[in-house]
Design a protein around this ligand. Structure first.
Ligand code: NAD
Length: 253
């Protein structure tokens, strides 16, 4: 097993949006990047962009809700590069259905893709991080975890519960995985990505929503990626167990 000199990151949901931004920000800082996503052509495009920074990139077609597949992905990354320094649990999907109409299947899928996915990948990388006494984990929660949703991203109960679950997971694991592994999560507000641009409610209400943001704009994937890259690479690091909101101060949430 060849040990790569450079640090290695896994970014789930790295094909597009915020995950693609995170992959760029980490590659810019010299990390090798493994992308995990279900969107194969988009992931191939992002891989080409990442290799443009002169760092290696691997791609894995995988549903992040699949526990066994997470172990396979981590095993393949270790087989190829011999180390995993950074995990960015970014993949997630919204769920706009309210409690009265939400099916059990919608609840389960939303929890699996947004929350269980974090468990899957953290459990897959934790053994090597602990053995090497180094690791940085950043998971994508949401402002919805604090606000309860509805207003901005039209994601309601199941999504808000899953994203709030990430905060509990983060706090608990900061204690369990310390002192060598730092784990945090970020809570983005309204970020312009394929996900939000396709949402007709957000598109219609965008001017009104922006008026309620102190910085008077929506965020970009780059905004979030810079924070994630900071948490994933800053040395020394004295931040762990935190949820950090990045929303331009959305006071009407
Ligand atoms: N955009 C926002 O305003 C916003 C706000 C708060 C939180 N978030 C969170 O940020 C993360 C990224 O959101 P985005 O706006 O970039 O969305 P996006 O839909 O543009 O990108 C999400 C990526 O995750 C991948 N993905 C989704 N489900 C997957 C699965 N089961 N297995 C593997 N890959 C999967 C998608 O294919 C896509 O490439 C999500 O967790 C989302 O909940 C986004």
């Amino acid at each position: 097993m060849a040990e790569l000199d450079r640090r290695v990151a896994i970014v789930t949901g790295g094909a597009r949006g915020i995950g693609r931004g995170c992959a760029h920000a980490l590659a810019e800082r010299g990390l090798a990047v493994a992308l995990v996503d279900v969107l194969v052509p988009e992931m191939a495009n992002t891989k080409a962009e990442i290799e443009g920074y002169g760092v290696p990139c691997l791609t894995f077609e995988a549903d992040v809700a699949d526990h066994r597949r997470a172990k396979e992905v981590a095993g393949s990354v270790l087989g190829a590069w011999g180390r995993i320094d950074v995990l960015v649990n970014n993949a997630g999907r919204p769920m706009p259905t309210g409690i009265l109409d939400l099916s059990e299947e919608q609840w389960d899928t939303t929890i699996d893709v947004n929350l269980k996915s974090c468990f899957n990948y953290i459990q897959a990388v934790a053994p090597t991080m602990m053995a090497r006494e180094y690791g940085r984990i950043v998971s994508m929660s949401s402002l919805n975890a604090h606000s309860g949703g509805v207003t901005a991203a039209v994601s309601r109960v199941a999504y808000a519960a899953a994203k709030a679950g990430i905060i509990g997971l983060t706090r608990s694991l900061a204690k369990e995985l310390g002192p060598h592994i730092a784990i945090n999560c970020v809570c983005p507000g309204l970020i312009k990505t394929e996900l939000t641009q396709k949402n007709p409610v957000i598109a219609t209400r965008e001017p009104e929503l922006i008026r309620g943001i102190a910085l008077h704009r929506t965020g970009s994937p780059r905004d979030v990626a810079e924070l994630v890259a900071f948490l994933a690479t800053v040395e020394p690091c004295f931040v762990t167990g935190q949820d950090i909101t990045i929303d331009g101060f959305q006071w009407n949430r």
